[in-house]
Ligand binder design. Sequence first.
Ligand code: C2E
Ligand code: CA
Ligand code: CA
Length: 768
Amino acid sequence: MQFSDRLARLRFGSLRQRIAALYAVLFAIVLTVMIMLVSAGIEQFGEHSAQRDLAANARVFDEIIELRARQMRGSADVLAHDFGFREAVATGDGPTISSALRSLGDRTHASSAFVVDLDGSVTSAGGTTTPDGESIWYALDEGRERGMVRMGDGLALAAAAPIEAPDLLGWLVIAQPLDQNEMARLSKLAAVETSATVRDIGNLPQDLALTPVGDIYEENGEARNLYLLNALPSLEDGLSPRLVLRHSLGEALQAYSGLKYTLFAVGFAGLALVIALGGRVAQGVAGPIAKLDSAVRRFGQGETVELPQQTDDEVGRLASSFGSMMEAIEERERKIIHVGLHDGLTNLPNRRLFAEQLSQHLARRSNGERILVAYCDLDDFKVVNDTMGHPAGDTMLRHVAECLRQELQDAVIARLGGDEFAILMIEKNPNVSLFDHARRIKDCFERQIRIEGQLADCSASIGIAIAPSDGEDGVTLLKHADLALYRAKRDGKANFHFFEASLDEQARRRREMELDLRLALKEGQFALHFQPLYSLRKNELTGFEALIRWQHPTKGMISPAEFIPLAEETGLILPIGEWVIREACHAASQWPGNFSVAVNISPKQFSAPGLSSIIMQALTTSGLPPQQLELEITESVFIADVDKVLSVLHGVRDLGVRISLDDFGTGYSSLSYLRQFPFDKVKIDQSFVRDLCQEGKNAHAVIRAITTLAEALGMETLAEGVESPEQRQVLEDEGCGFGQGYLFSRPVPASAMNAIFGQAVFPARQSA
Ligand code: C2E
Ligand code: CA
Ligand code: CA
């Protein structure tokens, strides 16, 4: 498990714990309050019932004591009515009285029976404790029959019956001490555990003594005893006997402690249940969130995930929101991937996707199956872009893409960028010629496309490589198709070319030459040769064209026609061109007279910045007057950004440098360029001159048309490649002002220039 997952678990774990804890705490509070209330209730109930019990016990004791007293009174009454006994009392017969009293005592289990005379003297059976007769006499005389008396250290219950014969002789009294043992015996008769004592009020603690009879006094302290006092009748003056009942509240409440424990136990069980249930509920809430969280996290890491089952609650809605969000993200991702793998203009797969699909097809290729990879490049697309505008170029590309899509439905088509397309076709039948496929592809491109009402010609050069013979991996196949395309371009437009091993060899040689070219510049292997420019009318030398030569250390002299295109392709033309400008200016500045020097400038030099300053520097350093420098440009410079080219041309022209249009007549729309810039000179291409003396060609008319137009525009004309006096004659007749060619001189090295300057005579005009 990853750290982040563990973290998430912890987080949602704690959410679960928090919810469970909240439940538990809430329940615990409620439970505690309830237990406290119930405990207090139980306590109160216990106290009340203890008090009730105590009061009931008090009544029971009252009745028992009353009953006992009445029994004692009954027993005393029986003896007091006995004739013999009355006589004995009347006669004062002590022994008889004693014996009667003894037997009464035995019968009633009373501890003491005695007779009180009218004068208060006491006659007892002897050997028994009796109360003081005088102190009880008053009560007896009043007619009270039952009550408490002091006997010895304690108190005793006494009952008295009058002895009458028929006049009152005295009272027969039976007394029973209510000592601890007796009271304990009585206590056993009570329903609840109570300890009872009988005491004079004077012997009671003050608090207790002050408690009104019948009220319950609670002793504060550990024992928590309840006391209840009951007044007992007294047979003695100065005696206020009280029945003191004591009931232990602690013990009474003890009976409820079991209930309390049960309550606590039930409470704790409830709490445990709540914690467990809280955990479940929390799991129910936090669980889906945690799942959602992990799903979203895994989605973020690029996995395809399924969201947790959606419920109808907030979590469910959250999950469904996440679901829609994830779908939106996936949709956007798909779009981004589509954009990344497709060309925005044509919606065709781009180079990356094409390479990917090519390698997939190559991996799946079965035996005998051939895969054709065509690299296509539109011809003269730049011209369309420049003359009709970029939107027109875009329209053309879209048209081409649409045609390819419709007519090559079995192929994979891609736009590699610019005006380059790639096509992949699979041929399962080994007997089918792939030339048919190549022609099909070529025909797709060859059409006229209507753009904003104008018809534009479209065609493409196509290089083809075939797997497995030309390569088994995508990179090699594309490279070989590209080499074949390079070759097809060189062969002319609207062409296709299959890859062949020699192309690879050519490419290898090109690479080798490129390396050599870089070295050549450093090691000064370049030289300039100069070819005279000749005024046909004045019959004199006017200037020279600088032509570069490469003296290769092993391969000898290499023609510029061979290395200039490569230098242009690789960009090496920039330093080379700069060298030519400086070298030409320097050489011309050394020449006698004011011969001009013409330098060839390649289109690449125009699109790179700084051409004007290079020229200016070369002029300043050499001291050559600008009027003696001439730049030769071909109309292909206009294939680049026309406005920029024109501004550079005007800038250079403003320095005083002259501009010639080279190879005139070979280009796409030479005449239209002629009108765009006020050239100083037009150089008619060699091919027209070559045609001059051949039958059936209307070269004369062409030359005349050019010279007429140039004259109208105020431009000079120069014919290139003049090799024969006949040619020279026709040119002069057709109004051409200047000539250049072997007829006058081949290009000569700088070392041979002096001979040229010294040679006054040039081939003369052909005599008519
Ligand atoms: P270009 O500018 O048209 O140069 C004229 C070419 O025609 C030269 O070939 C020259 O030797 C050749 N030529 C001259 N008179 C005759 C003739 O009577 N008959 C025939 N058949 N050919 C003649 P070169 O020197 O081989 O140059 C070839 C091309 O190389 C040039 O064509 C020019 O485009 C390019 N080039 C030469 N030097 C430079 C340079 O310094 N910079 C640039 N950018 N291009 C250069
Ligand atoms: Ca030239
Ligand atoms: Ca030329």
